[in-house]
Design a protein around this ligand. Structure first.
Ligand SMILES: *[C@@H]1O[C@H](CO)[C@@H](O)[C@H](O)[C@H]1NC(C)=O
Ligand SMILES: *[C@@H]1O[C@H](CO)[C@@H](O)[C@H](O)[C@H]1NC(C)=O
Ligand SMILES: *[C@@H]1O[C@H](CO)[C@@H](O)[C@H](O)[C@H]1NC(C)=O
Ligand SMILES: *[C@@H]1O[C@H](CO)[C@@H](O)[C@H](O)[C@H]1NC(C)=O
Ligand SMILES: *[C@@H]1O[C@H](CO)[C@@H](O)[C@H](O)[C@H]1NC(C)=O
Length: 243
């Protein structure tokens, strides 16, 4: 009895299925971002009502009602920064465009859709609004065969290391040297040439220091190395030259 009751309840309450992005968003400070919100099948435009709010504060970011944008209802700060693609409504696309991003824009946003008797919602998270700067080695590194060297790579960002992916590659030959992903180092990602000869300074990683230790160097190690940093959709890189 319990099962059938909860099933019928969830069916009658589920209403519209509204989709958002598959992962939290990461965007550069000062940039613009699209907060995706859409339904699979277009809805009748008459009686359609759309509402974007900050999930925690319920602050109104954008409202579409009675066939038009209700700009006087939205919170003042979003007046010039939140844009809506009215032409997209007919395609079931209710995405919001947010301009000139600041750190305070981090957080969750609820996109609520009302159509005739139905309603549905999705939550979009802007996880980080940040700078992502990467610096490498300032000058080229010379060493003799058999020595150990450190190739510099430091990430300047508020993004914690567990949300960052770092890939060290040798650029000339596009060889994977070492990978850091999901808060873990993957020594097996290293090309055979570097297997068991490369490592991060584990204790330094939380500080954004992803410098690479390359041990007992060989002549064929000469070349340009790139440290490529990914966070959300953002990427940045720096290089180190080994002579
Ligand atoms: C919705 O419209 C925006 C703006 O034109 C576009 O960037 C986005 O890709 C569209 N989304 C879908 C699901 O069509
Ligand atoms: C690597 O970084 C350290 C610390 O910032 C610095 O002292 C050193 O000169 C750098 N090495 C290169 C080759 O740029
Ligand atoms: C990431 O790894 C460090 C060290 O292994 C650990 O202390 C920390 O709890 C991990 N963080 C997450 C989010 O898994
Ligand atoms: C990163 O850590 C290594 C090992 O402790 C150190 O040699 C290097 O100077 C550090 N780099 C920066 C930029 O602090
Ligand atoms: C490295 O960063 C520069 C900008 O600093 C960019 O132009 C280039 O495409 C990046 N390279 C890769 C392989 O991502």
């Amino acid at each position: 009895f319990h099962l059938s009751l909860s099933l019928s309840l969830s069916l009658s309450l589920s209403g519209l299925i509204v989709h958002g992005p598959s992962a939290p968003l990461v965007a550069p400070l000062g940039s613009s971002v699209v907060l995706p919100c859409y339904v699979d099948k277009p809805l009748p435009v008459e009686d359609l009502e759309l509402e974007w709010r900050r999930t925690d504060s319920e602050t109104l970011v954008y409202l579409y009602q009675d066939g038009e944008s209700q700009t006087e209802a939205q919170q003042h700060d979003y007046h010039d920064r939140a844009h809506f693609f009215t032409d997209e409504i007919q395609h079931g696309n209710f995405s919001l465009y947010l301009d000139n991003l600041r750190a305070e824009d981090e957080g969750r946003y609820t996109c609520r859709v009302y159509s005739q008797q139905d309603s549905g919602e999705t939550v979009v998270e802007i996880k980080y609004v940040v700078r992502l700067l990467v610096s490498g080695s300032k000058h080229s590194i010379s060493a003799s065969v058999g020595e150990d060297v450190t190739l510099n790579c430091s990430v300047d960002s508020r993004i914690p290391s567990e949300d960052i992916e770092v890939s060290w590659k040798k650029t000339n030959e596009k060889i994977q040297v070492l990978l850091y992903q999901n808060n873990e180092t993957f020594p097996d990602s290293a090309d055979e040439q570097y297997r068991d000869r490369v490592e991060f300074f584990t204790a330094e990683i939380p500080k954004g220091n992803f410098s690479l230790r390359l041990k007992s160097i060989r002549t064929e190690d000469i070349g340009v190395y790139m440290c490529e940093v990914l966070a959300g959709g953002l990427s940045a890189n720096a290089t180190a030259v080994l002579e």
